[in-house]
Design a protein around this ligand. Structure first.
Ligand code: SF4
Length: 300
């Protein structure tokens, strides 16, 4: 097996989309005005204990506002994927979702759609709608699994079981819809063995993509308060980077990598503070691949 990714060492989504669309494709993070069944009482209240009041979507906003804000940053001809990022992006009646997605796709430059949601929020009419949009645009669905360890998931109040995730993956796959799975590294009580086992579980579904995040503890979250009252061990940057590279070495080469570290807004970040320096973490991941002389999929 050879390193087909050059100096990047892994199948990063940016270059993948560039190849697919013949130019730069950015993601436009949107707020569709959703909430989450794990907050409104239908599945739970208070949400996952690490989730912030903005539903992990600090950098999102309404469509027109986001496009205007990013116009200075991107060249005029940049194409983009409309990304419904915060809270549960399918937690609404199908006709409302249709309206939102059509509105996003109608904007000049929009070449695709990404929808972040929970596996237990994909009823048949929403799956039908996703399938319909998948036929007319480049679409993927993101699922926040975070861990395959049921005990850890219960401790942070995920409020769905792995069986729900497995059913969602079966339904998406049967309709040919691409899935991107989120994993959080460094959850309380998890060691390297558990993280690698979650990564192996995710790989076994051969998803379109994965997103890896370090756990970051934010002000205003239940887990942030728990940490302030009784600090628990967190991964150092070196430990995190080593785990990321271990995971990617075992990830099949056709699985796209959407993120190897998160965007922690520094003003509300309690710990670990190194997660506020995204570029340094990205550089450290590259350096670790170079040091080992390895690349994504070399240990599959
Ligand atoms: S499912 Fe997502 S949006 Fe809902 S509480 Fe958990 S992390 Fe937040």
């Amino acid at each position: 097996m050879e390193n087909i990714f050059g100096s990047v060492h892994y199948n990063a989504i940016g270059p993948y989309l560039k190849k697919q669309f013949g130019g730069r494709v950015a993601k436009l993070a949107l707020d569709g005005g959703f909430t989450c069944p794990n907050r409104d009482g239908s599945k739970g209240t208070g949400g996952c204990t690490f989730c912030s009041e903005d539903g992990s979507g600090r950098f999102t906003g309404p469509l027109a506002e986001q496009k205007a804000r990013l116009a200075d940053k991107w060249p005029e001809d940049t194409e983009y994927i409309a990304y419904f990022q915060n809270f549960t992006g399918t937690y609404a009646p199908a006709d409302r979702l249709r309206h939102l997605w059509e509105e996003a796709l109608a904007l000049p430059g929009c070449v695709g759609l990404a929808v972040a949601t929970r596996p237990d929020c994909l009823p048949p009419d929403v799956l039908d709608l996703l399938e319909e949009f998948d036929r007319k645009t480049f679409l993927w669905v993101e699922l926040g699994l975070q861990t395959a360890c049921e005990q850890t998931a219960a401790a942070f109040h995920r409020c769905y079981k792995n069986a729900d995730f497995e059913e969602a993956m079966r339904n998406l796959s049967a309709r040919g819809i691409k899935a991107v799975i989120h994993l959080i590294l460094g959850l309380p009580g998890e060691d390297k063995r558990q993280v690698m086992s979650s990564a192996e579980y995710v790989s076994s579904f051969r998803p379109f993509g994965v997103k890896l995040h370090m756990l970051h503890l934010m002000e205003g979250t239940v887990m942030g308060e728990q940490y302030k009252n009784a600090p628990f061990p967190l991964l150092s940057q070196e430990e995190y980077v080593s785990l990321v590279v271990d995971i990617l070495e075992r990830l099949p080469q056709d699985v796209t990598v959407h993120r190897v570290t998160g965007d922690a807004p520094r003003e509300d970040l309690i710990a670990p503070l190194w997660t506020g320096h995204k570029k340094a973490v990205l550089r450290a991941v590259q350096q670790e691949f170079r040091r080992r002389g390895t690349f994504q999929g070399c240990k599959v």
